[in-house]
Design a protein around this ligand. Structure first.
Ligand code: ADP
Ligand code: ZN
Ligand code: ZN
Length: 755
């Protein structure tokens, strides 16, 4: 038998199948990782077996597979197929695609199984004679420690782990070693799984579903193999309970399920909800696991000891045999798109995977991506709706405050009169509030009031952020920092203003507004550590603070019943970002944040949630319609605009980037690439008589013109999305593969941001 394999070297020169013969004594199947002699020097190299065949007929000599890396195939057949599709769809090597499916440290055996050392009294040992030998003539112990260990092991009678032993008898290791040497104690070991879970959870049972939930669960259960569902449910409508029920069904049928949540909401609160329902069959996969935990969670899934995985984006590749269901919660989150090669979209990968396996896919959100809702309307996805909150809890009442008129009437505080009044009342009544803002740090940037000079990073050409705690100005792109100057470097004036609002400033003003208020702050500056994010949320959930102040992080998935007030301090930051999706993002964000308010039911009925949105753009439809909880109208207006102006989902953007120390060179390279790209893509479309589908080609300095001392120039192509698009994109990729210039950063299709 022969194995066709991809060597584990991410280089496009070796991105093809190599054939090796399989020695009789080796069990090699599709999906196995194997070691093979590779290249002229026959260097032992790891490879992925993607095909087994009985015959091999070219004249070349074939070498033997040396050995398998794991006793079982590390890759499932559907993962191999999925990788092939990814390599085609996202234009990467098959090796890169296959690597997505495995814990990185598996390669090169950089992570090992953990064995627990155990010891027990040697079988058939004459315990009385041994004990006597451990005593001196006068009856005292020759070595008290050895005697103590021996007595304990005799009493216990069964193997004990060395670490347990050590906890009873401090520093027993040397005594254990001595006893082993004497032959009275023997050593064993067993393989364990390192667990990321630090707490035990109590199991719960499913509540009675509401009629809407029942309908959704039934539709999913009755769905066809490969079917995609869009679960559009307002915040607090019980989407998670729908997922849990559908997963139960998958488990009952002997299969498994993948649950994806945005990394930011992968808190223990979220995973615990799944563990409470399904116990030890739940594994987790996310970036905060240690290397050993990641490997062992992967192994638990691969070996079938766990059948449900809750994880971030990359868990879509989890090794689950007999996969029945994939769930993508908060499917609109930008983090579902990978930023590194291959730049895949998780929903596209999931669609492919359910088609390959016959599983079903559920996309859930209160604010679906426009493209998802469009597909649902067109019938490609089945739409399921949960229009109401659980337990008859009303949607929160949202009030929009125009901050311009607040300012005109003399209020220069960051809190409008309305928000100040509501905050004071909320805290006085012992309820909790969340204050949300879209920025971090004390203030945004430093600006001279006299001449308008803005402090920008000398390496990146972007405004630097002022950090009050150490009086520094920092660049978030390259990490450059500098002390705040006393006078303006341009005009010498000492009136430098640090404009913008940050979480620290909100905290200070809040303490002035409500003396004695207890607040917690959560932003990327306070949540650096592994547990601090959890600590802050736990502490807030326990009621140890009245107000939680935070950035994006507080918007996601929080379910704290006593929160009755949410204040959006400044709702404009994301609106005027130069991105066509900023309206959509703002709508999503406001809906999410508002959804944190008023989720509780007390004895006298549901507590009403209130939201105050402060903005300079009260008439903007993203603000207005989010306040009215009107997704459908927002969708209709937004999608019509996208169609009229030909923006995604009706168009596709491609961007090529050049970064050079010499600005002229960067510009010249971009210009040349733009010319070739236009020619190539137009040529490809012309074959279909569709040249007009290339909507435009432009080139010039990127919005961040300089970063890390490199000048950045971009070429942007816009294509109408039609059945010819993939041909046009392939032509562009061929061009990019042949572009070997220094400073070329590749072509990206529909990048998450164009900065
Ligand atoms: P969503 O994910 O849509 O925001 P959740 O699934 O978190 O909503 O549900 C909101 C709250 O309602 C949770 O506390 C959940 O336990 C509760 N819940 C969900 N479904 C039911 C039900 N059928 N009966 C009672 N409580 C429910
Ligand atoms: Zn100045
Ligand atoms: Zn910089």
């Amino acid at each position: 038998m022969f194995a066709k394999l991809i060597v584990d070297i991410a280089n496009s020169n070796v991105d093809r199948l190599f054939t090796y013969s399989i020695p009789e004594e080796l069990d090699v199947r599709e999906g196995h990782r194997v070691l093979v002699p590779f290249g002229r020097s026959n260097k032992p190299t790891e490879g992925f077996v993607v095909e087994i065949c009985a015959e091999y007929d070219t004249g070349f000599e074939v070498k033997d597979v040396i050995r398998t890396m794991e006793p079982y195939p590390a890759l499932l057949p559907d993962q191999v197929e999925l990788a092939k599709w990814i390599a085609r769809a996202y234009h990467c090597t098959l090796c890169d695609a296959l690597r997505l499916m495995l814990p990185a440290q598996l390669r090169g055996s950089r992570v090992k199984e953990k064995t627990v050392r155990t010891v027990c009294i040697a079988e058939g040992a004459d315990t009385e004679r041994i004990r006597a030998s451990l005593l001196k003539k006068d009856g005292s112990a020759r070595s008290p420690k050895q005697l103590e260990v021996f007595d304990l092991l005799t009493k216990v009678g069964t193997p004990m782990s060395v670490s347990d032993l050590n906890s009873y008898i401090p520093m027993a290791s040397a005594a254990v070693a001595a006893l082993i040497k004497k032959g009275c104690v023997t050593e064993q070991g067993f393989v364990t799984f390192r667990s990321p879970f630090t707490n035990n959870v109590e199991r719960d049972t499913a509540p009675e579903l509401t009629a809407d939930q029942r309908k959704a669960v039934d539709s999913i259960n009755e769905g066809k193999a490969g079917e995609v569902f869009l679960l559009h449910g307002v915040t607090g409508s019980g989407k998670t309970e729908v997922y849990l029920n559908a997963i139960q069904r998958a488990l009952d049928a002997g299969g498994g399920a993948i649950v994806l949540v945005p990394e930011i909401s992968l808190t223990p609160q979220t995973t615990d909800r799944f563990r409470r329902r399904f116990g030890d069959t739940v594994a987790v996969m996310h970036s905060h696991l240690s290397v050993g935990e990641r490997y062992d969670e992967w192994r638990r899934l691969r070996l079938g000891k766990a059948r449900v995985v809750v994880g971030a984006r990359s868990a879509v590749f989890a090794p689950i045999e007999d996969l029945k269901l994939i769930i993508i919660d908060e499917e609109h989150e930008p983090s579902y798109r990978s930023e590194s090669v291959p730049t895949y979209s998780t929903d596209e990968v999931a669609i492919r995977r359910v088609r390959l396996t016959g599983a079903k896919l559920v996309l859930g959100s209160a604010t679906p991506q426009l493209i998802s809702y469009l597909r649902a309307k067109q019938g490609a996805y089945k739409l399921l709706t949960l229009p109401e909150r659980i337990n008859g809890i009303p949607m929160p009442e949202v009030e929009i405050v125009d901050m311009r008129s607040e300012f005109m009437s003399g209020n220069t505080s960051i809190f409008s009169r309305e928000l100040a009044k509501k905050l004071t009342k909320c805290v006085a009544e012992g309820e909790q509030a969340i204050l949300f803002l879209n920025r971090r740090g004390y203030s945004y940037h430093g600006e001279c009031r006299a001449c308008g000079f803005v402090f920008t990073c000398p390496h990146c050409d972007v405004a630097m952020t002022y950090h009050k705690f150490d009086g520094s100005l920092r660049c978030h792109y390259c990490g450059y920092s500098t002390k705040v100057p006393a006078v303006c470097p341009s005009c010498g004036s000492k009136y430098i203003k640090y404009s913008g609002v940050g979480t620290q400033q909100v905290e200070e003003q809040l303490k002035k507004l409500i003396p004695g208020v207890r607040c917690l702050r959560m932003d990327t500056d306070t949540t650096g550590g592994k547990t601090s994010h959890r600590d802050i949320l736990d502490s807030f959930a326990r009621g140890e603070a009245d107000v939680l102040i935070g950035t994006q992080m507080v918007a996601k998935g929080l379910d704290i019943p006593d929160v009755t007030l949410v204040g959006v301090v400044f709702a404009d930051a994301s609106l005027f970002h130069s991105d066509y999706r900023s309206g959509e993002r703002t709508f999503q964000l406001l809906t999410q944040v508002a959804g944190r308010a008023g989720r509780a039911v007390s004895d006298d009925g549901p507590k009403k949630g209130r939201v105050v949105v402060q903005t300079n753009a009260p008439e903007h439809r993203a603000v207005r319609l989010a306040a009215e909880h009107d997704y459908r109208t927002f969708f209709d207006l937004e999608i019509n605009d996208r169609l009229r102006t030909l923006f995604p989902p009706f168009a596709v953007f491609a961007r090529a980037l050049f970064e050079c120390a010499d600005e002229k060179r960067a510009a010249a390279l971009a210009e040349e690439f733009a010319r070739k790209a236009e020619e190539t893509v137009a040529g490809a479309l012309k074959k279909h008589g569709a040249e007009n589908e290339l909507l435009f080609v432009s080139y010039g300095a990127a919005p961040i013109r300089k970063r890390d001392n490199l000048f950045r120039y971009a070429v942007i192509l816009k294509l109408a999305r039609t059945k010819h698009t993939s041909d046009a994109v392939s032509a562009l990729w061929a061009l990019s593969d042949n572009c070997n210039t220094d400073g070329f950063r590749g072509v990206e299709i529909n990048p998450n941001d164009m900065l």
